[in-house]
Design a protein around this ligand. Structure first.
Ligand SMILES: [Zn+2]
Length: 405
């Protein structure tokens, strides 16, 4: 990184650069600046090397040289270490029935002969296809615990996170990350296995290189004024919204002492098995009743990723406003890395679809957050990053889109 590099809003570099191999740019916060002091939130700081290639592409190259047979042996060993022969559950598979969680649970049960219990932190607003896929996930013979959030609290935090951080998905992400370790303690099942990894939820690329979740994730946050949810300190939330600490607990980290006592380990199958989104999709269709959407996702061209929560579309849209990367940029960068499409194909898809306003579910999201359409657009404008956007014929356009690089 050059010493003359200047930074703007959200700690983003003022100079927009695109990876030479994929379609991602360098506009990612390099610290937790966007979230101030939020439990569990670190952003995926994409680093570009001296050849202008992003760290995710370099990791994808490294993946090609991994000895996957050896990794599968390691997975066998892991399962053997936690396997129970008395009929009790021996592994927790978190998810909501997307293709990754379908494949993870199925492989552990039928290939590795584990006895998984599925757990779900459900979307605030299930899509119809999301609900069907959740049921399909259970169909091959699984039981599931679902934690139903306090609707009032979840709704308020979602609105606050949207208004204060431009990040309506924050409460979902926090709960999703924290539920599995907590249930591991409650149910006394020390092994938790996620699908690929949590990169889509902002883990750093370096974390893809090891099988377990970083231990610093399990840090006790005992000082209420240091905990922020929806951009507001827990102390203030208790006072202003009349919440109790139990209302907020679902969003906070598990107590590290109880984790230690249970011996909880959180692993990612993506470390042990070569994970390829398209193949995961085919696997899920073959081995369960998993269904893709019958229409392409607004903002992209894909039909089988991140389908279950109506707020996900809004999430990608806010990311586009803040960082200039929308849902299509994320989809194409991944597919270019996996060799499914070329970089040029990716660029034309981005030109066509990236940053599309998510109209289909917008009304449901506004109704859920209890805000008007006018308020919605006002908030969106508050988060627009000045060095990325300009006005042209009365419209906002990117100053440096990838097709003009
Ligand atoms: Zn790249």
């Amino acid at each position: 990184m050059s010493t003359t590099e200047k930074f703007g809003r959200y700690g983003l570099s003022l100079e927009v650069k695109f990876c030479k191999k994929c379609t991602i740019n360098n506009q990612r916060p390099s610290s937790t600046v966007e979230f101030r002091n939020k439990p569990g939130e670190t952003k995926n700081a994409i680093v570009f090397d001296e050849n202008g290639v992003c760290s995710a592409c370099r990791f994808a190259e490294k993946k090609k040289r991994i000895n996957w047979q050896d990794r599968e042996l390691q997975l066998h060993e892991l399962c053997n270490r936690f396997r129970r022969n008395d009929g009790r559950y021996d592994v927790i598979c978190p998810g909501s029935g997307g293709k990754d969680s379908v494949m993870a649970a199925h492989i552990l049960k039928f290939k590795y002969n584990m006895n998984p219990i599925l757990i779900t932190w459900p979307p605030a607003l299930y899509t119809e296809i999301g609900r069907k896929n959740f049921e399909a996930w259970l169909e091959p013979g699984f039981a599931n615990y679902t934690y139903n959030q306090n609707r009032k609290v979840h709704r308020t935090l979602t609105r606050l996170a949207f208004e204060n951080l431009g990040h309506p998905f924050q409460p979902f992400i926090l709960g999703q990350k924290n539920l599995a370790p907590k249930l591991s303690v409650l149910l006394d099942i020390p092994l938790v296995v996620y699908g690929e990894n949590e990169a889509e939820y902002g883990n750093s690329i370096a974390d893809n290189d090891k099988p377990t979740r970083d231990s610093k994730f399990f840090t006790a946050e005992d000082q209420l004024e240091n905990i922020f949810l929806g951009g507001i300190s827990a102390q203030e939330l208790l006072k202003k919204y009349n919440f109790s600490i139990t209302d907020l607990e679902a969003y906070l980290s598990v107590n590290p002492h109880s984790i230690e006592k249970t011996g909880t380990e959180v692993h990612y199958l993506g470390y042990y098995i070569k994970w390829h989104p398209q193949e995961t999709y085919y696997y899920s269709v073959e081995n369960s009743n998993f269904m893709p959407s019958d229409m392409r996702s607004e903002g992209s061209y894909s039909k089988y990723s991140s389908l279950d929560d109506k707020i996900d579309w809004l999430h990608y849209y806010t990311v586009y406003i803040k960082f200039g990367n929308g849902r299509c940029t994320y989809d194409t960068s991944q597919e270019v890395r996996n060799g499914d499409i070329t970089r040029d194909e990716g660029i034309s898809l981005i030109k066509r679809f990236d940053g599309e306003l998510p109209k289909v579910y917008l009304d449901s999201c506004l109704e859920y957050m209890d805000i008007t359409e006018q308020r919605f657009f006002d908030v969106i404008e508050e988060f627009r990053t000045p060095h990325l956007w300009k006005q042209q014929h009365g419209q906002w356009v990117l100053k440096k889109p990838i097709w003009e690089e």
